[in-house]
Design a protein around this ligand. Structure first.
Ligand SMILES: [Zn+2]
Length: 139
């Protein structure tokens, strides 16, 4: 497993992403929804990896929901840096990280695949996230 660090612009909030997959093989997804397009977010996840927050104070994260309201988009409450999306599934917090916030950004990341999830039901969405998203561990 290798650890990759990400953080917002001001550094108030951040995470560590630990995965056995080399960056050149990361699945990279560019969600085509209106929210992700505005942020230029490029996501990755690995269900065998884990994410852990590196900041101490959970209230530094601000959260936004829209659409099906089954995920929280999480930001730095100070600088607005967009770290990724989290959801609760079966008592477990799952996340996709916004790779734009990795610092340093790993070299050799593949080009992102455009993804559209419109037309999914909430049930479809939960199943997809359980299969793909990364568990968040308590630090
Ligand atoms: Zn910040």
């Amino acid at each position: 497993m290798s650890a990759y660090r990400g953080r917002c612009h001001c550094g108030a909030v951040g995470y560590e992403y630990e995965t056995a997959i080399a960056p050149a093989d990361w699945p990279m997804r560019a969600c085509q929804c209106s929210f992700c397009q505005k942020h230029g977010a490029l996501y990755t996840s690995d269900p065998a990896a884990f994410v852990r927050w590196t900041h101490q104070d959970p209230w530094l994260l601000s959260r936004y929901r829209f659409g099906h309201k089954t995920a929280d988009f999480v930001f730095c409450g100070r600088c607005g840096g967009y770290l990724g999306a989290v959801t609760e599934e079966g008592g477990q917090t799952l996340m996709v990280i916004n790779t734009r916030t990795l610092d340093p950004r790993p070299e050799g990341l593949p080009a992102a695949q455009p993804m559209s999830y419109e037309g999914e039901t909430s049930g479809d969405r939960n199943m997809r996230r359980s299969a793909r998203w990364t568990p968040v561990r308590d630090s």
